[in-house]
Design a protein around this ligand. Structure first.
Ligand SMILES: [Mg+2]
Length: 184
């Protein structure tokens, strides 16, 4: 199968790192579980939008972002089983060099730039399945869909777009095995 994988909050814990950065730099006291909406600014009512999203533009930030537990192990296994992995990310172009070097290729050295697709229009991309935490990326699109469970998408009814919800990377692996019609 061609497996399309979102980056932010699927391959890495972006929300956690942004909350930590903002608390440190702006003196807020927000917890990652307080991020219950896609719009991060709602959890930081005392900060401007520019401040809330400022971590992404700090080149030192990306090395502080932790990988998502289990993703490395499962992606390696899927690769060994013959699946093709493509990272599909709507990353801002200003952030790309640092984000790829300090985050994606650091934690996932078996991936390379030939397997990264940068677009905000994921529905334009062809693949067998997309794993993503963003409901807007799972609405439409000619691929099967796995919603990666995060506090900011708990209100979303994944069945309304024909998606399955996975709670961790082992859950993703099980669903892909079922899709590939292969026993776990
Ligand atoms: Mg994401």
């Amino acid at each position: 199968m061609v497996i399309l994988v979102d980056m932010d909050d699927v391959l890495e814990q972006l929300v956690e790192a942004m909350v930590q950065y903002n608390n440190l730099h702006y003196g807020t006291d927000v917890r990652p579980c307080d991020i219950v909406e896609w719009n991060l600014t709602k959890a930081f009512p005392t900060l401007t939008r520019e401040q809330v999203y400022s971590p992404e533009f700090d080149e030192a930030f990306w090395a502080t972002v932790e990988p998502m537990p289990g993703a490395d192990r499962v992606l390696r296994r899927l690769t060994e089983e013959g699946h093709e992995i493509y990272v599909v990310t709507a990353s801002l172009y200003e952030t790309l060099k640092q984000k790829m070097n300090d985050l994606l290729f650091r934690w996932y050295p078996f991936l390379d730039w030939d397997h990264v697709i940068v677009t905000a229009n994921k529905q334009m991309i062809r693949g067998d399945v997309l794993i993503d935490d963003g409901p807007h990326n799972l609405t439409g699109g000619d691929y099967r869909k796995i919603l990666f469970d995060r506090p900011h998408n708990r209100d979303f009814d994944e069945k309304s777009v024909g998606a399955l919800r996975a709670y961790d990377w082992d859950g993703i692996y099980k669903q892909i095995c079922l899709m590939a019609d292969k026993p776990e």
